[in-house]
Design a protein around this ligand. Sequence first.
Ligand SMILES: [Cu+2]
Length: 140
Amino acid sequence: MKLFNNVLVVASLLLSASAFAHVGLGSSMPANGAMLSQAPTTLELTFTAPVRLVKLTMQDDKQQSVPLTLPASTSSQAAFSFALPSLSAANYTVNWMIMGDDGHKMKGNFSFMLHDSGMNSRSAPPMKMEHEISEHTAHQ
Ligand SMILES: [Cu+2]
């Protein structure tokens, strides 16, 4: 009976995994959770299959939008690149919405942090390379 229950659990896990096997964001530049000390000049998104980018917005943690120009092309592509205006130190969130060739819309977001270059900060925070973005408010 215990074995039977375990088989059921494994089977339902497999089913739910395949239900989420749609196209998604493969990687981005800056990467999700990146801590940058130099402002990026381009934003790159690479999806796991060619998609149409339906919507793309970027905000800092004060809800100020960063203007992005979506590509004019309506054909599907896997990789997108955008020129960024000069960014100031803040936490940024990128929200994307895509439509895959199967007609499914998917959306998601990722975040990265741009730190002050530190030139005029009186006491630099201790070096800590992999803190969570949620921790970041604590060391401001
Ligand atoms: Cu940080």
